[in-house]
Unconditional design. Structure first.
Length: 164
């Protein structure tokens, strides 16, 4: 069996990645073998309190699923200071746009608590779409749903800020 064999045993890191997936509702609809496939194409990372996950303007080539902890999304203002635009906890995603549009990061993200994230790189996403289109379509639909919910939430917040 090769590293790309979908039936090979998961290594220790992949098993831990799969275990983290099982704690997130986003992955509930996936079959066991699909979770194994995803675990082979993803990683996890522990982000310490005060550590940046990424910085506004960085080239983005991965998205993250928050397993535990708290992230704060910061946007640079015209004056050069930073404003918190969101706080993200378990079940949230961050960095989805970079996988889709390959543009630089639109905001900075810092851990406000020790945080664990699952990471899907652009390379991992491309391998998934090439080798396992059904699994990647299911994942993409879930990511698109989260993006849509975020856009609706942002639109509502913006409408609340506009003068009457």
């Amino acid at each position: 069996m090769t590293a790309t064999d979908p039936y090979r045993e998961l290594n220790e890191h992949e098993e831990k990645t799969r275990d983290f997936m099982l704690t997130l509702a986003l992955f509930d609809a996936f079959k066991s073998e699909d979770l194994d496939i995803l675990a082979r194409h993803m990683n996890y990372s522990e982000v310490m309190r005060g550590e940046y996950l990424f910085t506004e303007g960085d080239q983005g080539d991965y998205l993250c699923f928050v397993v535990r902890g708290l992230l704060e999304v910061l946007k640079k203002t015209i004056q050069g200071d930073y404003r918190t635009i969101a706080r993200l906890g378990k079940g949230s995603t961050i960095g989805e746009m970079s996988i889709i549009d390959k543009s630089p990061r639109s905001a900075s993200v810092i851990a406000r608590q020790p945080t664990i994230v699952l990471i899907l790189t652009q390379k991992g996403f491309n391998l998934l779409t090439d080798r396992y289109p059904a699994v990647s379509i299911t994942l993409l639909k879930k990511i698109m749903r989260l993006l849509s919910l975020n856009m609706r939430r942002t639109s509502s917040k913006l409408a609340d800020q506009l003068p009457s």
